[in-house]
Design a protein around this ligand. Sequence first.
Ligand code: UD1
Length: 375
Amino acid sequence: MSVGTVLITGGTGYIGSFTTLALLDHGYKVVIVDSLYNSSKVSLDRIELLCGKRPDFYQVDITDEAALDKVFAAHPNIDSVIHFAALKAVGESSEIPLEYYRVNVGGTITLLRCMSKYNVPNIVFSSSATVYGDASQHPGMIPIPEHCPIGPTNPYGRTKSTIELVITDHINAQRNNLKKAGKPYEHWNGALLRYFNPAGSHPSGIMGEDPLGVPFNLLPLLGQVATGQREKLLVFGDDYPSKDGTAIRDYIHVVDLAKGHLAALNHLREKNPGVRAWNLGSGRGSTVFEMINAFSKVVGRPLPYEVVERRAGDVLDLTANPSRANTELGWKTELTLEDACEDLWRWVSNNPQGYRQDPPKELVEAAKAAAKKSA
Ligand code: UD1
């Protein structure tokens, strides 16, 4: 029996596909809308292989209100939305900021309008720790709690903090308007999930991140160095005031991150908290050199790197204080960055072309057997 039906925007992307899998595994029905701008429909096949269930899928751009409206109309049971669909390249966001505001902020407004029209009251939003900007400027704010001042350092981050405000204003207005009219209002809720640095792949080795074009993030780049697709990693600065001079991040396994969405969704539906922000991180900070060492260990040889200038907009330390999510959502990370490195290596070494190739047969057979056993 389905415990509920959830619309997932951007559900074929990296974090969206893992969250879809977590929800299907826990009895939810999932309807995905995705433009496939930076993702592949093949992820749907992998989800089905791993859990024996397939989400409904619509190729729809969230800025297209008429198309989105039709999806809501076709699925009257949807009672919650998990919203990932967005542009996310930090560098590009400084070159074409209007496009970032149009898609990320405009797309969210379109989505909220449809949710109001079809009476869909819960939204879980894919925000980012990037909304905090340089938290090390504020005394006592590392590890970062949710009350740390918001101050993103690039247009991408500003779209995320703006969307947080739009969702907060809208959900609060819905609640207030219903309350004034003497009607039940507490079922309108929003979760603002501020992710730290998502990493890793599915332990089966058949599902992972498949960025189209050149990746920007540290671990996918390290993966390409390990497979020989890239000569060396460029380390962006070793003159930060950290123990080895490189910048500190809180790497969180994507399987844990997906479970964080499930925990937040259940919390909204059961506890009706209104709008609330939660950090999803491990609380453990690691430097770039520590990550190179951890991944080299898994690969079995030292990976080449070269230290270059700092990258514009990078900050010293983004480490989460995850205690609010730990206590309120009953969620904490269970996997380590070493697990993330191992799983990532299994994924990239077996699927160097990502979703543009078939995975090795023995991995598919093992995944099928595991799915059968847990069904
Ligand atoms: C970046 C974005 C952030 C976004 C997040 C998830 C920036 C400034 N921030 O976070 O807004 O939410 O991705 O997509 O882009 N590094 C290297 N060499 C590389 C790549 C990275 O040394 O080739 C270092 C970076 O300087 C950083 C760490 O590795 O210290 C992690 O970088 P990255 O994976 O790009 O994530 P963030 O910059 O933390």
